[in-house]
Ligand binder design. Sequence first.
Ligand code: PEP
Ligand code: MN
Length: 267
Amino acid sequence: DKRSDLANHKTVIGGVELGKEPLFIAGHCTIDPDNGSAFLETAEAVKEAGAHVIRGGVWKPRTSPHSFQGTAKSMDFLLEARQRTGLPVIAEVMDEAQLKYAVEAKVDMLQIGTRNALNYTLLAEIGRQTAEVGIPVLLKRGRHMGPVDEFISAAEYIVANGNPNVIFCPRGTMPALDGFRNHPDESVTPLLKEKSWVPVIADPSHSVGRAKYVPACSLASIAYGADGLVIESHVNPITGIGDDPKQSITPDVLKKLIQDARILWDL
Ligand code: PEP
Ligand code: MN
């Protein structure tokens, strides 16, 4: 296949050049618009724990149409978190209208979720709409996507349309490993790196889907060569919505995880 070769391309996020030191992204799965203060508290706490980027779900892809779908109102909290912490922020977009809204709000980094990882028209549109400023795009692995070539081709849709700042995000695949939410797939990291110049930021939270196993999966990801981690964290997970009650870790646990990941990185 014809592919962009940008072997010397550097991706810099939140002052971190990927590959030089591990990048940590943390925050709520979902911003609860009725409890924006919890999100702001989390943002400050994950910064203190060592995170470089704040995550917060504004619009959410939910399995049931009757579950909370997110709301643009949450964007205000995300931007307020950026204002208060001085850190860049990331949110998922699922369609062109949300993409436009997020680009106009100058969201620092965009996430394409697992469900849209094979939505080629959306990926191409993201490449075009983010080309000018090169907003980094975290591309989650499709839940039933081939590990390497199909993943690289999906990223190529964004790159070929103008934005080289794409990052692969293994987040577990289906069918799940019995007991976990998905089948953890951080082990694809070296295989991706063998064939592509694109950095990898792993998502242990969705891979295992259970807070108590997130630290182990995080360290495994770093051991496999990931350039960073995106982790769901919440100051009080049981009061959260979306995935937060099940898989968010507290900022205390995150702080220890970040310290351990840095030690492992330096080995
Ligand atoms: C998320 O990050 O909260 C999310 C919905 O991720 P995924 O698309 O990997 O399920
Ligand atoms: Mn989530």
